[in-house]
Write a protein that binds this ligand. Structure first.
Ligand code: SF4
Length: 190
C-alpha cells in the first residue's frame, strides 16, 4: 500500500494480533443489501462514485449471505417477506451486524398496515438505525463508520445469557442540513 516505502529498510512493525484482525475486519465489511423499496436507491447511490463507499472497504455487496457480515435493510418489509429476512440473517457469517436504513425499516414508516412489519428490530437485532425517508448516502456512511468504530473497540457483538445476540442500538444523527433549491422556482399562470 505504499507505507513500506516511508519506513527505513531495517525497521520492523509490531502490533497485536487482535488489532490486526480488527483492522482487517473493519476494512472489509461486506454488506448484504436487503433493499425492498426507495431507500434501496440511496443505498445504490452510496456505492456509486460520487459517495464512494469503497473508501471504507464496504462496497462489495454480496448476494450470498454466507459471504456477508453486514445486513442493510433498506425499505419496508412485508409480513410475507419476513421469513426470508430472518433466514438470510441466520445464514450470514459471524460476527455480523445489521443496519436499519430509513423510517420504513425501523418503524414501518407511513405504512401503518397489517401487511408491513412495524420495525424489523422486533425480529432481528438492529445495531444501527439510520433516520430519514430516505436517508442520504452520507448518513448511511456514518452508520457504516459507527460499526467500524465498534470493531476497532474489540466490541464483537455481545450475546445475552440466553445466547441471543444483544443489539447495539446506535442511532445515527443526520450529518447534513437541508439546503434551499439552487434555482428559485416560480409558478405563474399565463
Ligand atoms: S423510508 Fe421513505 S424512502 Fe425509505 S423505503 Fe420508506 S418510503 Fe421509501
Amino acid at each position: 500500500m505504499g507505507v513500506e516505502t516511508l519506513l527505513p529498510s531495517d525497521s520492523i512493525i509490531t502490533t497485536q494480533v487482535q488489532k490486526l484482525i480488527n483492522w482487517s475486519r473493519r476494512s472489509a465489511i461486506w454488506p448484504m443489501p436487503f433493499a425492498t423499496a426507495c431507500c434501496g436507491i440511496e443505498l445504490m447511490a452510496t456505492a456509486s462514485s460520487r459517495y464512494d463507499l469503497a473508501r471504507f472497504g464496504a462496497e462489495v455487496m454480496r448476494f450470498s449471505p454466507r459471504q456477508a457480515d453486514l445486513m442493510i435493510v433498506a425499505g419496508r418489509v412485508s409480513i410475507k417477506m419476513l421469513p426470508v429476512l430472518q433466514r438470510i440473517y441466520q445464514q450470514m457469517t459471524e460476527p455480523k451486524w445489521v443496519i436499519s436504513m430509513g423510517a420504513c425499516a425501523s418503524t414501518g414508516g407511513v405504512f401503518d398496515t397489517y401487511a408491513v412489519v412495524q420495525g424489523i428490530d422486533q425480529y432481528v437485532p438492529v445495531d444501527v438505525y439510520v433516520p430519514g425517508c430516505p436517508p442520504r448516502p452520507e448518513t448511511l456512511i456514518e452508520a457504516v463508520m459507527a460499526i467500524q468504530r465498534i470493531i476497532d473497540l474489540d466490541n464483537i457483538p455481545p450475546k445475552g445469557p440466553d445466547g441471543k445476540r444483544v443489539p447495539l442500538n446506535i442511532a445515527v444523527q443526520p450529518t447534513h442540513v437541508v439546503q434551499p433549491q439552487p434555482v428559485p422556482i416560480t409558478v405563474g399562470l399565463s
